[in-house]
Design a protein around this ligand. Structure first.
Ligand SMILES: [Zn+2]
Length: 343
């Protein structure tokens, strides 16, 4: 299988043109304004400030759904992984940014067509509808440009490129705001699923580890970074009675420390994996930078390991994660067998 960079290039060259066929017409028509009575909380304000981004992020925008399925397959992770983490892990932008760029380009193309042509007549008809405030392609496009602070776009002949860059920049801002909030969409404090990811993800670009390991190995690291795994911090968000469980109360069943079973506890702290951790650190001692790092606190060390770009370190980290998850599965099964009453 080709590496991640090549696979994404193949997607852009072969699949994307099919998905975006005719998008200059249909992509603006997918956009509708939000109702004005949004709640006065973080999510309400975010939706109002980023109407275009939130509209096209919705899973009923079918071409984006396919784009994300491809990205998740490539990373080897489950379909319910957090979409925003997928984009930033691969340095990808949603396809609407490209679709709207083509719409703006098409608008200029229509303006340059001969007055007697059918295309030009269609543009004039759209302009008349727009003036009368009737729903039409041009009105939708204008509305998007207003929402994305690009209202003066039509005065500039090189607008399509600028629109593209501007939409990408806006998406990065949207991503950053979603990354930094502590609040889940349902309102619970500390409920943001990206709470671990933001510890180390600081820039929106494709990660180096994806292109120097086999898929089997890089997907182990991707699962832990993105929070797409079986640790209780992800699986125990709600009790059997659908009651929200605070992240601090999602404690590890495999040790007596009483700490939440999150990625940091699993990789760096839990005594249940002490043997595997010792073997892992023994292997890392051969790495050139190890001497300066061995006295680091737990969290800086965790960040160093999950952001490392050295192939040897990455190979060992992937193996360690895989071993620990295997041991965890056996441990949880054993606990389940013990707690099941014998008949
Ligand atoms: Zn533990």
């Amino acid at each position: 299988m080709p590496n991640v960079a090549t696979s994404m290039h193949l997607f852009d060259a072969i699949i994307k043109p099919i998905l975006l066929y005719g998008c200059e017409i249909w992509s603006p028509l997918n956009f509708r304004d939000l109702k004005q009575n949004m709640p006065e909380n973080f999510w309400g304000k975010l939706k109002m400030d980023f109407q275009v981004e939130t509209r096209y992020e919705r899973s009923d925008f079918h071409i984006e759904r396919l784009h994300l399925i491809y990205c998740k397959y490539l990373l080897g992770i489950r379909k319910n992984a957090h979409n925003l983490a997928i984009y930033s892990e691969l340095g990808r932008f949603p396809l609407y940014t490209e679709a709207l760029r083509q719409s703006v380009k098409f608008y200029y193309h229509l303006q340059s067509t001969p007055i007697s042509s059918l295309a030009n007549k269609a543009l004039l008809a759209n302009q008349a509808l727009n003036t009368n405030n009737a729903d039409c392609w041009l009105k939708s496009l204008n509305r998007i440009m207003t929402q994305t602070d690009l209202r003066e776009w039509y005065t500039d002949k090189s607008a399509s490129k600028k629109v593209h860059l501007h939409l990408r920049e806006r998406f990065k801002n949207y991503w950053y705001k979603r990354l930094q909030t502590d609040e889940a969409k349902t309102g619970q404090k500390g409920g943001n699923k990206l709470r671990n990811y933001r510890r180390f993800k600081t820039s929106f670009q494709q990660e180096a580890y994806l292109n120097c390991l086999s898929k089997q190995k890089y997907s182990q690291i991707a699962k832990l970074r993105i929070g797409c795994h079986a640790l209780k911090i992800e699986t125990d968000r709600f009790s059997s009675k659908s009651k929200y469980i605070d992240p601090e109360d999602r404690t590890c069943d495999l040790c007596d420390l009483g700490n939440k079973e999150d990625e940091l506890h699993f990789l760096m702290e839990c005594p249940y994996y002490k043997e595997e951790r010792t073997q892992y650190t023994d292997k890392l001692k051969d790495c050139p930078s190890w001497g300066n790092l061995q006295n680091l606190e737990m969290e800086p060390m965790f960040i160093w390991l999950l952001t490392n770009e050295n192939q040897v370190v990455l190979e060992h980290t992937s193996h360690f994660i895989s071993e620990c998850f295997e041991k965890r599965s056996s441990g949880i099964k054993l606990l389940g067998d013990k707690s099941t009453p014998k008949t």
